[in-house]
Ligand binder design. Sequence first.
Ligand code: PMP
Length: 282
Amino acid sequence: DIILLNESYVPRQEAKIDIEDRGYQFGDGIYEVIRVYGGRVFLLSEHLQRLKRSADEIQLALPLSLDELKQRLLELTDRTKLDEGIIYVQLTRGVAPRYHGFPDPAVKAQLVAYTKPMDRPLTQQQQGVKAVLVNDIRWLRCDIKTVNLLPNVLAKQKATENGAFEAIQHRNGTVTEGSSSNVFMVKKGVLHTHPPNNLILNGITRQYVIQLCSELNLRVHEQTFSVNDLLQADEVFITSTTSEIIPVIQIDKDTIGEGRPGPITQQLQQAFDQRIAELKTK
Ligand code: PMP
């Protein structure tokens, strides 16, 4: 397997990360996960823009321009002959003697990217999944896509231990987002999802679905809602790059709506499928 390590494409076995890489020691880094359908990279510019934003927010200087990074990721996708799957890309603040403050003088950010074949989760998309509720114990900059994912790891583990697909987080009863997804609910034909502020990651799929809604004349309220509202919703679904749109039909012991994927969720799934089909033929 070929991966991208800074400027070089190298076999994965030959890639070495220093024990004092700040991503490894402090979680001092950022990342993106990007979908590839039929060899075409989906929403690449959007993901790169968000990566740049994350970098700016943590004062991490990118070691290359977004255009150069784009070319390298496209080349990586070609070189690994990826058809259906993902690109993972991460940048850390580099390698320096362990000290919490930024290295002074600054060292070069370390870039790693690799691709991985991954099927679309069609079964979950068709049948819907269970979720569990967990307290959102994260920091107050959830808008930054950092590799510091321990609270998300613990949340997802709770889901797994309860036979659920995702953990839906709430802060004092206000629904924020999933452990690795955004959360939407439908009530009386209107969609609701948390506003894009410091308490959630503004998902690329979330933004894409909101765009689809406007094209389909579906109303979306980007406003907070409570756990109670969520449990009484007509439909609930989660969105993410890897999941796309997955209906949630049960949360803890509560059935959502009719206990099967709802009509608005399915309408959005169909529109999403259509876009992917179009991308593949371009
Ligand atoms: N929220 C969190 C916490 C996530 O980790 C993710 C997936 N990386 C998302 C939302 C969904 O974002 P996207 O649609 O850009 O994959």
